[in-house]
Design a protein around this ligand. Structure first.
Ligand SMILES: *[C@@H]1O[C@H](CO)[C@@H](O)[C@H](O)[C@H]1NC(C)=O
Ligand SMILES: *[C@@H]1O[C@H](CO)[C@@H](O)[C@H](O)[C@H]1NC(C)=O
Length: 470
């Protein structure tokens, strides 16, 4: 009897073990299901408004707002999205207010040096700030922003996929006595009633009647358009008699973020510029990133047989390597796309413009309303330290364009995801659309049943052994 009792107790323990096991498996399936339904588990979404700016027809806004609202603390930024809205919060179409760009920069400022939020007095206290630039690769602080796009903002995917994040606010990176802040630069052009919409958005100097830059320096001979002719408060030519009505506008920006956790893998931000002609980062004999360039019309340069596509190339040396997890280009109207190649000639990412076809915000005809982005399967597209990448930019050169750009924004992770993590991520990605959820649960249950039956069968055998043992 005693022996039997012991045996029963062992079986009961085993039963418990079995059920715990079952319970855990079901719990895991349940949690996985929850994670899918919650989708961006742990990701918070916060919406902010920039300080108000007021524009008249033809007028330009190009201000720097220091210490803007931004989620504080040690966080992972998953996405930054911004668009121009009016006083009622309505999206403003590009043919009314052309968004040349918004740019978000990170910096450290001494605590206690209080600049009012959103102060746009550029240069004030600037010497006391430490700009925290991205990982490169332009000279100095050029293109050092963390986030930034232009007219394509509404339809460009910029979500940082799991398990990655842009790590900010880490207290160990902030010098003693300093705090982390963010600055926003909004460059917008009010093109209501202007004589030449494309010309005004391309900042053609003649349309702005500009011969000196904002610091009073004469423009270089041959400089016919670009940011030096459409700085803050400049005015593009408006049709005579057009009603001069002011308009109040904001950049409404949305930050998706989560509290930092050790399971998040940090990514580095690189912005490559097709005008960068340096041989390496420490090459000071050639021109670094110029940000803008000109596209001559194919008639003018007699290259009609090139199909009127202007191709500009740059070779850019990467200071560090890693896995590319996201890529997107920035181009202006006339852009036909941009491709980034590895040294072996393999395509790292090709980003194509999406042109609008209507009138409504996000679909404005003639404007680039989105850029396609790349999300390589993590670990499949890698850059090695010191690798020379080739960046190519294509523009339609049927007509001349001034002040165009070709920037390539990439996110690079040091470490590929750990196998387990990557499995979870790919499972997560696989089942993102909920239609995959039930098959998954079904598979999970089926696996559980098979394993469970296997366990019971083994259990029977073990019982047998036990009998013999005892
Ligand atoms: C253009 O600027 C010049 C001075 O730089 C001024 O004399 C002239 O009136 C301006 N033209 C227009 C159309 O505003
Ligand atoms: C280039 O632009 C012209 C109009 O300016 C258009 O007719 C032509 O189709 C465009 N070419 C390409 C390749 O998009």
């Amino acid at each position: 009897m005693i022996i039997l009792e012991l045996n029963d107790a062992a079986r009961a323990r085993k039963m418990l073990h079995c059920c715990q096991w079952w319970y855990l498996l079901l719990l895991a399936i349940f949690l996985l299901a929850l994670k899918v339904q919650g989708d961006d588990n742990g990701v918070k979404t916060t919406v902010f408004l920039s300080p108000k700016f007021v524009l008249r027809p033809g007028e330009v806004e190009d201000k720097f707002y220091y210490n803007i609202d931004f989620p504080r603390g040690h966080i992972a930024v998953k996405e930054f999205f911004g668009e121009v809205v009016d006083e009622w919060g309505n999206s403003v179409p590009l043919h009314e207010t052309y968004l040349h760009h918004w740019v978000i920069e990170r910096y450290h400022a001494p605590m206690g040096v209080d600049v009012p939020k959103g102060n746009s007095d550029e240069g004030l206290q600037l010497s006391k700030y430490i700009v925290v630039r991205n990982s490169g690769v332009c000279q100095g602080n050029v293109l050092g922003q963390y986030f930034g796009v232009g007219s394509e903002t509404r339809r460009t995917k910029a979500y940082v996929p799991d398990p990655y994040g842009i790590e900010v606010g880490n207290p160990v990176e902030i010098p003693n006595g300093f705090e982390e802040r963010w600055l926003l630069n909004v460059h917008a052009i009010d093109t209501r009633g202007v004589v030449d919409r494309l010309g005004c958005t391309e900042c053609r100097c003649d349309l702005y009647n500009i011969t000196k830059d904002q610091f009073g320096r004469p423009l270089h001979p041959g400089y016919t358009g670009g940011l030096r002719c459409c700085y803050d408060q400049t005015q593009c030519r408006v049709q005579e008699g057009f009603e001069n009505i002011k308009r109040s506008l904001y950049l409404r920006y949305t930050v998706k973020w989560m509290d930092w956790e050790d399971t998040i893998l940090p990514v580095k931000i690189y912005i490559l510029d097709v005008t960068d002609s340096r041989k390496s980062a420490d090459d000071s004999t050639s021109l670094g990133c110029q940000v803008e360039y000109e596209v001559e019309s194919c008639d003018a340069n007699g290259l009609g047989n090139s199909g009127c596509v202007d191709t500009k190339k740059a070779s850019i040396v990467m200071p560090q390597g890693g896995a590319v997890i996201y890529g997107v280009a920035h181009q202006h109207s006339g852009g036909l796309g941009s491709t980034l190649y590895g040294e072996d000639g393999q395509v790292i990412c090709s980003s194509l413009p999406i042109y609008g076809e209507g009138k409504e915000p996000g679909n404005e005809a003639g404007y680039i309303v989105g850029m396609s982005s790349c999300y390589p399967q993590p670990g499949t597209v890698r850059i090695v330290e010191g690798e020379t990448l080739l960046l190519e930019s294509y523009y339609n050169s049927t007509q001349k364009h001034t002040g165009v750009m070709d920037l390539f924004y990439i996110l690079v992770a040091d470490s590929p995801p750990k196998p387990m993590l990557s499995l979870l991520t790919s499972v997560h990605e696989l089942i993102m659309p909920s239609k995959y959820l039930w098959p998954l649960v079904f598979i999970g249950v089926a696996v559980a049943v098979i394993l469970g039956v296997g366990y019971l069968q083994r259990n029977k055998r073990e019982d047998g052994y036990h009998l013999i043992d005892i």
